[in-house]
Design a protein. Structure first.
Length: 536
């Protein structure tokens, strides 16, 4: 039986995932008619963001939490370019996002059309720079094969985004094509035996090794836990690696910023980290001279630090092999972790107080998603106890991403507590996506840090130029705006109200999305920013 490209695309998507993100348009009218049918038949759920920027980020975070592909559908031209931020973020963060975009009509490709980017191949060429692969579907017979390749490649090591394009006049084209019939999984990179042997010999030669667990360790939390416990080696995490080992575990010494200069180690076992600038104080941390670096991406080896031994392999399959080959335990006594300074009291709310109160009151099964800016530094001190539960955009660092990211995460795990932390500048950039949360009854908690200023920007301008420019955030009535959307707002202005108001917000969260509006002292500076500036 002949079927259209649109039918085959929707069947392929629904056989892989339960949710698709996108914004319909005139170019995708035939495709969306098939999505409508699949939605009515309960074969797939469609989530429509307010802008493609937010939608591609939703699909990205859905993919990260679901450990499957995330699919976003856009119209050509501005829809495609709006989605590029999510595509580039997924490429940087190794997330299996699949962007499907229409293009203008191929039969008139030399003529100017609606949403025209002038060159017919423009979208394909742009996407090629920030994806693992690009495909253009021009016949029904291509659909099943392209979708299988795209999904498998996106999920395979190193994971990353894939771009698929269909000329809009071909979406209704019929033929004898077949859809993707069953979900696919990615392929892991297994380490070479020689590299495993070299790694085990390296570890056995150490007297006092230390594990550094990066963002790449998040999806190998169980294996990291077994590795650390079998060898009795303590762990520090990068900021983005927080939670890859439960933060309450006695072998977890905390984040790299706190610990690397406090104890003497003769070897570093770096797992799934690229040694980026923010997490290493711009590469000024004094690492042990002997380093073993394990990562699925060989392009990170010997760029920021020089490793004595490198192993290319997925941590889920590499760590058990190395541990078995080492076959010894190191002597390690758990170090007592300090409670930190007492931040309770009365008066204005500081970043450090807010992080402490959130950490104390949020549920154990929390998912934390920080935005760009001072709020993400504050979020360093909010702990998580499960892998793949802490997201801090320190590399690509897209402002206004945390609310759409939280929406994607909540759709992937509706039973878990999802918290987006965002400053007022970032909030103004994505507050429309609260409509998406309300429309889909997604009970995310948005912690809005309202202080009327871009903290880090102003601090750096004053430090280096003794003046600031364009750092103030235009004041608006956030409560009136958010309430008009039918979303509950809990406002807190004084330190002594913090615990009560946070718990009130968590109680309201049972009934729908909530914005916790926190009036931060404009002169507050998180202690970690001060630490970084002193280090420099």
């Amino acid at each position: 039986m002949e079927r259209s490209i649109s039918e085959l695309l929707v069947d392929s998507i629904s056989n892989q995932v339960d949710t698709v993100f996108g914004i319909p348009g005139t170019h995708t009218i035939y495709l969306y008619n098939e999505i409508r049918k699949a939605s009515q038949e309960k074969r797939i759920r469609h989530v429509m963001p307010r802008l493609e920027y937010g939608g591609s980020i939703m699909a990205d975070y859905y993919a990260r939490l679901k450990e499957n592909v995330g699919v976003f559908i856009s119209v050509p031209g501005p829809g495609f370019t709006n989605a590029l931020t999510g595509l580039a973020q997924a490429f940087t963060e190794s997330s299996p996002l699949v962007l499907i975009s229409a293009n203008k009509e191929i039969r008139y490709k030399e003529r100017r059309q609606l949403h025209d980017m002038y060159y017919f191949d423009a979208q394909l060429n742009i996407a090629r720079e920030i994806t693992k692969a690009t495909f253009r579907i021009t016949s029904p017979e291509m659909v099943g094969k392209v979708m299988e390749k795209a999904f498998r490649l996106s999920l395979s090591d190193r994971q990353g985004p894939v771009y698929i394009e269909v000329p809009s006049d071909l979406l209704q084209l019929k033929g004898e094509g077949e859809p993707l019939r069953a979900s696919v999984s990615g392929e892991m990179v297994y380490p070479k035996e020689g590299e495993v042997k070299a790694a085990s010999e390296f570890i056995k030669s150490c007297s006092k090794p230390l594990i550094l667990a990066g963002y790449g360790s998040q999806k190998a939390g169980r294996e990291l836990l077994s590795f650390a416990e079998e060898l009795m080696i303590p762990v520090v995490t990068t900021i983005r690696g927080k939670g890859s080992l439960p933060e309450k575990h006695p072998l977890n010494l905390g984040i790299l910023w706190d610990n690397i200069n406090l104890w003497e180690f003769d070897c570093l076992i770096a797992l799934g980290t690229s040694f980026n600038d923010i997490e290493t104080f711009s590469w000024k941390i004094n690492f042990p001279k002997r380093i073993l670096h394990v990562d699925v991406d060989e392009n990170v080896f010997n760029k920021s630090v020089i490793a004595e031994v490198t192993v290319k392999g997925n941590l889920k399959v590499t760590l058990p092999r190395i541990a078995e080959s080492v076959g010894k335990k190191f002597a390690f006594s758990a170090l007592k972790k300090g409670k930190g300074e007492d931040l309770s009291g009365r008066g204005k709310i500081t970043h450090d107080l807010l992080s402490r109160v959130l950490d104390s009151n949020l549920g154990e099964d929390r998912i934390i998603i920080a935005d760009a800016g001072t709020n993400q530094v504050m979020a360093f001190d909010i702990s998580v106890q499960r892998p793949n539960s802490y997201f801090n955009p320190l590399v690509f660092n897209a402002m206004s991403s945390s609310i759409p990211a939280a929406i994607g995460a909540k759709i992937a795990f509706p039973e878990r507590e999802v918290v987006a932390i965002i400053g007022d500048m970032g909030f103004q950039g994505c507050m429309a996506e609260l409509i998406t949360a309300k429309e889909n009854n997604l009970n995310i908690l948005v912690v809005l840090l309202e202080d009327g200023v871009q903290h880090i920007l102003r601090l750096f301008q004053m430090t280096y130029h003794k003046s600031d420019f364009s750092t103030n955030v235009y004041p608006i009535d956030y409560s009136a705006l958010v309430t008009s959307l039918g979303i509950k707002v809990i406002s807190v202005e004084r330190a002594e109200e913090m615990d009560y108001k946070v718990n009130t917000a968590l109680d309201e969260l049972k009934r729908g999305p909530v914005v916790l509006r926190v009036k931060i002292d404009p002169n507050s500076v998180p202690k970690r920013i001060i630490m970084q500036m002193k280090f420099k």
